[in-house]
Design a protein around this ligand. Sequence first.
Ligand code: LER
Ligand code: MN
Length: 271
Amino acid sequence: MVRSAVTISLVEEARGGPFVFHGSLEDACRQAAELGFDAIELFAPSAAAIQDLPLRRLLAEYHLRLAAVGTGAGMVRHGLHLCDPDADRRQAAERFIADIIEAAAVVDAPAIIGSMQGRWEAAEGRDAAVGRLRAAMERLGARAAGHGQKLIYEPLNRYETNVAVTLEQGMQLLDPLPDEHVVLLADLFHMNIEEADPAQALRRAGQRVGHVHFVDSNRQAAGRGHLNFHAIADALRDIGYGGYASAEAFPVPDSRTAAAQTMEMFCGVFR
Ligand code: LER
Ligand code: MN
């Protein structure tokens, strides 16, 4: 059964970003619980910031799970990424993610590599950079598995990466890595830009799909754009998907309405 989640960002630099809730973890948990969400997904500044949060208390108090934790603050705040040709900076990127994997595992959640994959530069070419990215994900995936978690890798649209922009390209990137260690994140906003047919792409990716960013074509709450969520839900059912549909959308017209509209669509197509 697909479970519902909603995003909360605690990263000041990502105030204008596509997260339903911003700023207050407690307020986001309260509203997520009121609206019937199963979980929250957290975008936090660092592993240390996650450790300082009263996550256990809030999750228990509001009967929520932690669906996943993003690592993109390493890029947004420090400009770090795993394709970086500079070995010191690349290692700092890997360390940043490894620390978040550890902090998230304590609260029984996986970490996501989205913007931290970075991009390769034409001067160097694709193969060397992608080889280093894959090697880092192999180590990070093994680390996650050591804590009973999977590492989640997210293809992004062409304006955010040149590594893998479709699920098919993501599958090729992950091909040598065990799927018990690393799974794919299907973000429906990126997929609307890059996939010929999002539902078909989900069917082809099948068991590799481990997480979904549940959002409409314009990056607003599901139902506010032109994606066909019935076709997407049918595809997810067909592949036996049992992970989260996590609302990563702009708080338009406001956080509460975006969360409520997401839940209305979620119940309409999955329940
Ligand atoms: C970025 O566009 C995105 O979709 C995030 O989930 C990745 O950090
Ligand atoms: Mn996403």
